[in-house]
Design a protein around this ligand. Sequence first.
Ligand SMILES: NC(=O)c1ccc[n+]([C@@H]2O[C@H](COP(=O)([O-])OP(=O)(O)OC[C@H]3O[C@@H](n4cnc5c(N)ncnc54)[C@H](OP(=O)(O)O)[C@@H]3O)[C@@H](O)[C@H]2O)c1
Length: 272
Amino acid sequence: MNSRNIVIITGSSRGLGKSLALSFAKSITNPLDLVLVGRSTNDLAATKNLIIENRNNLETTCKIIEADLSDLSSLPQTSELIFAQNPQHNYSNAYFLNNAGSLGRLSHIGSSDDLIDFTSAINFNITSSCYLTSEFVRRLSGLHNIEKAVVVNISSLCAIKPFPSWGIYCAGKAAREMYHQVLAQENSKNHKLRVLNYSPGPLDTEMQRQIREGENVDKEIQAIYRDMYMNNVLVDPQVSADKCLALLLSDSYESGAHIDYYNVKADGSLDL
Ligand SMILES: NC(=O)c1ccc[n+]([C@@H]2O[C@H](COP(=O)([O-])OP(=O)(O)OC[C@H]3O[C@@H](n4cnc5c(N)ncnc54)[C@H](OP(=O)(O)O)[C@@H]3O)[C@@H](O)[C@H]2O)c1
């Protein structure tokens, strides 16, 4: 019997998350259960249609979970829906792509004192993200037939480098990355659990539009990203997603490592 894979992707209604869903749909020929999470039902349904079209007749299920991951009061119920499994399906590989993220307020530190901006960004980008990784580990990584459970935290250059006016975003990415490094360290002798902090490059997505158009974004930083957009050098999210999956399948990374898009070759090998 073909081994079965489950792939759970938060923020899969657009941008990198949607592209990651397509990468898995195209590359995994084994039976595949995809779980797509986001707020926009229509966009999630569009991702699902794309997946089904690209699976041809390969055995596939695709579940949509419409949820606001910044709402901590409903997070335990949302987690229940995300990680509930069909008891008939004995997974050999389980992937959790912890991708959903937001920029939060972009402005220089000291220019805004809105506590709600702080808490909503932190609830979503740190608390919810770390909680869901913990839930994945608890519920799926120890399943009887699991050969490999993989957690991918979608990180950023901002996890390791300060960017003026992106304080909350950088802090969130740094916290999230450290949490996933701890997970890797805790499992250094458990070769079935693999952790990757993948920095996907400057992507041509909605998030970049917010940087180009934000009123309070640091002007020098904004000029850099506007130039990249004008010169067409932002990274296509599909190219980045394909590289991320190639890297996962090649298994060429150290668990817990921060790996940047620009250091991954198309075949998934590293160019450090
Ligand atoms: N774009 C870049 O240049 C760049 C660079 C480095 C790292 N990254 C990281 O890459 C990841 C994806 O970014 P992207 O560029 O693809 O961003 P994007 O186009 O803005 O997409 C963000 C995704 O997250 C979902 N999302 C946002 N708020 C949510 C909430 N409260 N609850 C549930 N889902 C929510 C959105 O879906 P709904 O709106 O339907 O909820 C969407 O699917 C993020 O972690 C980001 O930090 C991006």
